[in-house]
Design a protein around this ligand. Structure first.
Ligand SMILES: *Cc1c(COP(=O)(O)O)cnc(C)c1O
Length: 224
């Protein structure tokens, strides 16, 4: 192994205050790297492609909790529904409904996060703050008994400007507080703020992240 996964993992963990969890983002990295982190006690891993994830699930320890962090097509939900621990990037009611349907078929309740789009980069994915408000205001989500909305997920802009990154995390945190008060005040499950990646997780932690998604800083650069 040409990368000190165990040492890197320890460094990242040392930077996380109590109450902030690490999702080790293992996409494009081999099982050997995942096992090195596993041997250090890491149990939550994140992947963004359904087929790659399926292969890893089949060959790795069963007590790993897998988070799906990528864009998920509705026709792929059925493949991950039997085992996925959390789907982090739900960005439409249509997808939420399909997760509910497949969770029901599997006799499960699946934890999800709503993905926000706040960063300046052009992307088709993620809910703007207003469309996120609208999704919840519509109220249909309350009929979905097999999904549990556990909070919000977002990616900040990939820029050098720390103040910009910080202000994007603040927008997400403010929206979280607003939605918590308006829709989830009595629901302790709505508690997660998934933000922070390799280059910005210390800022994210400062700005109220409860869950950081770190790949490169642990496993090294991805080989696509
Ligand atoms: C790949 C990815 C990460 C991890 O990025 P690093 O820069 O390698 O830490 C985090 N979140 C999402 C949504 C990703 O796709």
């Amino acid at each position: 192994m040409d990368y000190d996964v165990k040492g890197n993992l320890k460094k990242v963990l040392a930077n996380l205050p109590q109450g902030v969890r690490l999702v080790a983002i293992s996409k494009y990295h081999p099982n050997e790297y995942i096992m090195a982190a596993y041997e250090e006690g890491q149990r939550i891993f994140g992947e963004s492609h359904e087929q790659e994830l399926r292969q890893k699930v089949e060959s790795l320890p069963k007590d790993i909790r897998w988070h799906f962090i990528g864009h998920l097509q509705t026709n792929k939900v059925k493949y991950i529904a039997p085992y996925i621990s959390m789907i982090e990037a739900v960005d439409s009611f249509k997808l939420l409904k399909e997760v509910d349907r497949q969770a029901s078929k599997n006799g499960r309740i699946i934890d999800v996060l709503l993905e926000l789009h706040i960063a300046e980069e052009e992307t088709k994915y993620g809910l703007t703050p207003d469309s996120c408000r609208q999704l919840l205001a519509d109220g249909e989500w309350r009929d979905l008994k097999h999904v549990r909305i556990c909070g919000l997920m977002m990616m900040a802009s990939y820029v050098e400007d720390v103040q910009q990154i910080r202000s994007e995390f603040q927008i997400a945190k403010n929206l979280f507080d607003e939605l918590k008060a308006q829709y989830f005040a009595d629901d302790p499950s709505f508690c997660e703020r998934s933000w922070g990646m390799s280059h910005d997780y210390p800022i994210a932690v400062d700005e109220g992240s409860t869950m950081v998604r770190v790949g490169t800083a642990i496993f090294g650069p991805r080989v696509y």
